[in-house]
Design a protein around this ligand. Structure first.
Ligand code: GAR
Length: 196
């Protein structure tokens, strides 16, 4: 397809959601956009290897480089990015950043928003809190990013059952497999295909 939207994925760690996006491009789930840039705020992130293995331009922008946000914004503009995807990017973005890309930033969060979300809820911590509360159903949410942490418009959600004996790690993996890796590529395709 001509005129694919140019996607940047921001990561901090293992990058399994990035991998799901790359695989979804290969399998034809994502046809309206292509990942052209991966940026990590952690130079040891395995996600950077995944990007390189897929032939995607990858860079680390860390505290050593000065103000991370302004450097990231600069890199996104240099690559003419249409859509920014936060896939395990474990830093809260300031209003300065979010207003630069209104309705152009997506985030995957590992719970059913508005449960277990907002400042301080990220990664394994989300699943620890869900287990502590004793919820029987959790899941994942893809949403647009605005100035409120996890507060932007919801695009897709998918529920996942909590099972007896779950540890945070086991639950995290199930939420990824049954929800995150499915709804994030679907949301990217939806947003890219509807983008003017
Ligand atoms: C994922 O579970 C993602 O939902 C979560 O971090 C993990 C990253 O894994 N994101 C947040 O908690 C954002 N608040 P990955 O690097 O393997 O994709």
């Amino acid at each position: 397809m001509e005129n694919k939207k140019r996607i940047a994925v921001l990561v901090s760690g293992g990058g399994t959601n990035l991998q799901a996006i790359i695989d979804a491009e290969k399998s034809g789930i994502i046809t309206s956009g292509e990942v052209v840039l991966v940026i990590s705020n952690n130079e040891d992130a395995y996600a950077l290897e995944r990007a390189k293995n897929a032939g995607i331009k990858a860079m680390a922008i860390t505290k050593k480089d000065g103000d991370i946000e302004s450097r990231v914004i600069q890199a996104l503009h240099e690559e003419n990015i249409d859509l920014v995807v936060l896939a395990g990017f474990l830093t809260v973005l300031s209003e300065n950043f979010t207003k630069e890309f209104p309705k152009r930033i997506l985030n995957i969060h590992p719970s059913l928003i508005p449960s277990f979300c907002g400042k301080g809820f990220y990664g394994l911590k989300v699943h620890e809190e869900a287990l502590k509360k004793g919820v029987k159903v959790t899941g994942a949410t893809v949403h647009f990013v605005n100035e409120i942490p996890d507060g932007g418009e919801i695009i897709f959600q998918k529920a996942v059952y909590v099972e007896d004996g779950d540890t945070p790690e086991v639950l995290q993996r199930r939420v990824m497999e049954q929800a995150e890796w499915i709804i994030l590529p679907k949301a990217i395709e939806k947003v890219c295909s509807e983008m003017k």
